[in-house]
Design a protein around this ligand. Structure first.
Ligand SMILES: NC(=O)c1ccc[n+]([C@@H]2O[C@H](COP(=O)([O-])OP(=O)(O)OC[C@H]3O[C@@H](n4cnc5c(N)ncnc54)[C@H](OP(=O)(O)O)[C@@H]3O)[C@@H](O)[C@H]2O)c1
Length: 337
C-alpha cells in the first residue's frame, strides 16, 4: 500500500487575489484505515474560484467553515477508491468529492460525494467540468431559472471559464443569441471562434456600457452572472422587460479586501418586471444523472465543445488556482495528478 502523500497546504491567508506563495506542498503520511473509512487516490483536482471564500479567517457565510492555516486546502476532486472498510464503497469506484488538494485521501465518506456512473464517460476530468458542478450550473441555471427562449439575447460573464464556456453553448442550442464577456481581445476572439459565441465584450475596455450595447443591440433578456461586482450594474442598465438575471457566482468579490458596492440601479428590476435568482447547483444532486445524459448527448452530437485548462502534478495546483483570478484559464481548470 502507498504510505506517502503530497498535499497542498494553506501557507498564508490570501490578501486579495491569491498568489502562489499562499500555498505550499508538504509530504504527509497516509493514516491507516479505520472501520467505516475509505482510502482514495485523487486523479484530478478541480480548481474552483468559489473556494477562495473559505480561505479567509471569517468567510462571512456559513456554507462551509474557514480552512485552517497549515492544513491541506479543501477543494473538489475526481477520485478512485483504492481500499474500503465502508460497506457502501468498493475499490475501483470513481467519486466526485469534496476532499483536499492532496494525492490521497482517507475519509469516512461523510463529505459531499457523488458517484460516477458505473461506466463513466471519457475523459474522467469532464466529471469536474461539463458533467460536474460547473457544467451543471450552466445547465440548471439556463433551463430551470433562465427559461431561455429562441431569439433571446443571453449575456454571460466569465464566458471563457468553466461555467461560462458551457453556458454560451447551451444558450445557442436553445436558439438564443449568446454574447460573452471576457478579458482581452485574444480571449474574446476565442469566445467566438472556439465556443461559437455570437459576439464578445472585452471587460477591460474603457467604455463597457457602449461595448455591451454594441454586442447586444436588442438588449439583454438573460444575464448569466458569474462575476457580480460593478459589471452587474452596467448590465442591469441594458436589460429588457421580463429579463432574468441568474446569480451563479460573484468572482469579482471573492478576493476583494473591502465589500464591493451593490448595484445602484435595482429599480430596473421593478420597471422591467425582471427577476434575479441565485442558485446552488450541488443541491440538485439527485438530478445530476438526468442532466449529465442531456449534456453527454450534446457532446456526442458535436454540439458542445469542452475546453480544459489542464496542468499536471501536485506542484502546479496552487498556480492553477491563482490562474482563475488573473483570467489565465480558458475552460475548466483542472490539475491531473
Ligand atoms: N452557484 C453554484 O452552484 C456554482 C457552482 C460552480 C461555480 N459557481 C460560480 O460560477 C462562477 C464561475 O466559476 P468557474 O469555475 O466557471 O470559474 P472560471 O470562470 O473558470 O474562472 C474565473 C474567471 O472569472 C474571471 N474573473 C476573475 N476575476 C475577476 C474579476 N475580479 N472580475 C471579473 N471577472 C473576473 C476571469 O475571466 P476573464 O478575465 O476572462 O473575465 C476568470 O478566468 C464563480 O463565481 C463560481 O463561484 C457557482
Amino acid at each position: 500500500m502507498t504510505t506517502t502523500n503530497h498535499a497542498v497546504v494553506l501557507a498564508a491567508r490570501p490578501n486579495g487575489a491569491p498568489v502562489e506563495s499562499d500555498f505550499r506542498v508538504e509530504q504527509r503520511p497516509i493514516p491507516p484505515l479505520a472501520p467505516g473509512q475509505i482510502l482514495c487516490r485523487n486523479l484530478f483536482i478541480s480548481l474552483d474560484a468559489g473556494f477562495r471564500n473559505w480561505m479567509d479567517e471569517d468567510s462571512g457565510d456559513n456554507v462551509l467553515p474557514a480552512m485552517p492555516l497549515g492544513e491541506p486546502v479543501m477543494g473538489l476532486t475526481l477520485s478512485q477508491v483504492m481500499e474500503s472498510q465502508h460497506p457502501d464503497y468498493q475499490p475501483g469506484e470513481y467519486l466526485m468529492a469534496r476532499f483536499a488538494w492532496e494525492e490521497h485521501t482517507v475519509t469516512d465518506a461523510g463529505d459531499f460525494i457523488s458517484r460516477l456512473p458505473s461506466k463513466p464517460r471519457d475523459p474522467l476530468s469532464h466529471y469536474l467540468g461539463v458533467l460536474g458542478d460547473t457544467g451543471l450550473s450552466a445547465y440548471f441555471g439556463l433551463t430551470d431559472h433562465g427559461r431561455v427562449q429562441t431569439g433571446e439575447t443571453v449575456l454571460v460573464s466569465a464566458a471563457a471559464g468553466a461555467v461560462g464556456s458551457i453556458a454560451g453553448q447551451i444558450a445557442r442550442i436553445h436558439g438564443a443569441r449568446a454574447v460573452g464577456i471576457a478579458s482581452g481581445a485574444e480571449k474574446c476572439a476565442q469566445l467566438i471562434d472556439v465556443l461559437g459565441y455570437d459576439a464578445a465584450v472585452d471587460r477591460t475596455q474603457a467604455d463597457i456600457d457602449a461595448a455591451i450595447e454594441r454586442a447586444c443591440p436588442n438588449g439583454v433578456d438573460v444575464y448569466f452572472d458569474n462575476v457580480g461586482g460593478p459589471l452587474l450594474e452596467h448590465v442591469l442598465d441594458q436589460i429588457n422587460e421580463d429579463a432574468r438575471i441568474l446569480l451563479c457566482g460573484a468572482v469579482a468579490s471573492y478576493s476583494a479586501t473591502e465589500p464591493l458596492p451593490g448595484p445602484r440601479n435595482l429599480f430596473q428590476l421593478t420597471t422591467k418586471h425582471a427577476s434575479m435568482h441565485g442558485f446552488m447547483t450541488h443541491l440538485q444532486l439527485p438530478r445530476y444523472d438526468e442532466a449529465r445524459d442531456v449534456l453527454g448527448g450534446w457532446i456526442d452530437a458535436g454540439r458542445i465543445t469542452v475546453p480544459e485548462h489542464r496542468l499536471e502534478g501536485i506542484d502546479n495546483v496552487g498556480r492553477a488556482f491563482c490562474d482563475l483570478f488573473r483570467g489565465a484559464n480558458f475552460g475548466k481548470s483542472v490539475v491531473a495528478l
